[in-house]
Design a protein around this ligand. Sequence first.
Ligand code: ATP
Ligand code: MG
Length: 417
Amino acid sequence: MTEARVLADAPWLTSGPATRVLALLNGDGEEARVVGGAVRNALLKLPVVDVDIATTALPEEVTRRAQAAGIKSVPTGIEHGTVTLVVDKQPFEVTTLREDTETFGRKAKVAFGRDWVRDAERRDFTINGLSVDAEGVVHDYVGGLADIEARRVRFIGNADERIAEDYLRILRFFRIHATYGAGEPDRAGYLACIAGRAGLATLSAERVRMEMLKLMAADGAVASAVAMADGGLLGAIFGGVAYTGPFAAMIKLERLLGLSPDPIRRLGALGVAVTEDARRIAQRLRLTNAETKALDSIGHRWWRLADMDEATAKRRLYRLGEEAYRNRLLLAWARAGGADTPDWRQSATLPQRWSAPKFPLKAADFISRGIAEGPALGHVLTLAEDAWLAADFPLDEAALNNVADQTVSRFTRDHRL
Ligand code: ATP
Ligand code: MG
């Protein structure tokens, strides 16, 4: 199934630091090629981000050549045969060709090899199994070029077996399809993912988190999430319900408002109706503290951001701050169906039209009115802030004096001071 094709318009390959790394590693009986995602992206005319390189040379030889050429080398994954070379501040992961001898879940027993075909065959999907040499010739041993053409994400070899070797490939299947695929997910792959779903429980939370967050941000996230939910996979990951309707609506609304994709906000739409959902998902995916906080905030009483008049919306925005206001509002809107109506739009665009002023009254304003420092002062300030919000954020002196006077008289009356 070998097919030759030359990569055109690939300046990242034919000039610049990648060229230097390939030149360094080629020759004297060794060969190096660019592999994996960079080749796939170049063929799909998508930005090439990380350039991963595979070579027949052993890691010691890679290091030796780098040192001789004055190129920085870091043994970033020496147990897998990976050395990172840094050229013009750009890192290149250089990995010696490998062959799987045995696999136990993610812990494959790997031996170094010199066979490009076997290196391709141990990769996950055909579109990820291509390599390109320094001349730009694409080497395809797995039918990847045809699948790039069809935008089809297909396991290399037998899908059930490949999944049993590493259950993360289930999540990668949906994520890579959502990012690079088109149409329905490949049927054989999809069915194998469903059949193998119990294996997801064996994965580390960190690996699941990474894949799920990348999936959330993908252009085709909705179709993949629906397929996963239908196959019983999201329930297994979340340990709860997946809300694919609100998820689809959320992505539609982000686009409608010109917002960039926010993985945590999207995760909130997909998995969170109540704060208990947020806590469970944060724990299961071992989200970072900041991510956990954001997910929790989205799920906290989001329904209060529905059906607001402008004055109420302003008070909520003042209390919540822009980010929490926007995220909760979007969840409320998505959960209401996401229809583009003037009322929702009005609430959603409030942060662009209006910034909440700072509460202008100070402790001194109340001390001068006879309130003693201490708990009473704190209480009065809170009451005054409420009154100021209820009066629609006035800033002129007369109105502020009025708020202060009335708050103090109410407080002294209520507390019989
Ligand atoms: P992206 O960089 O867009 O996330 P990628 O395909 O480059 O996608 P990486 O995680 O960077 O993903 O992996 C690089 C390459 O390593 C892949 O293209 C694939 O060939 C191979 N690979 C990664 N993870 C696995 C896996 N779990 N099983 C088999 N091969 C894998
Ligand atoms: Mg990559």
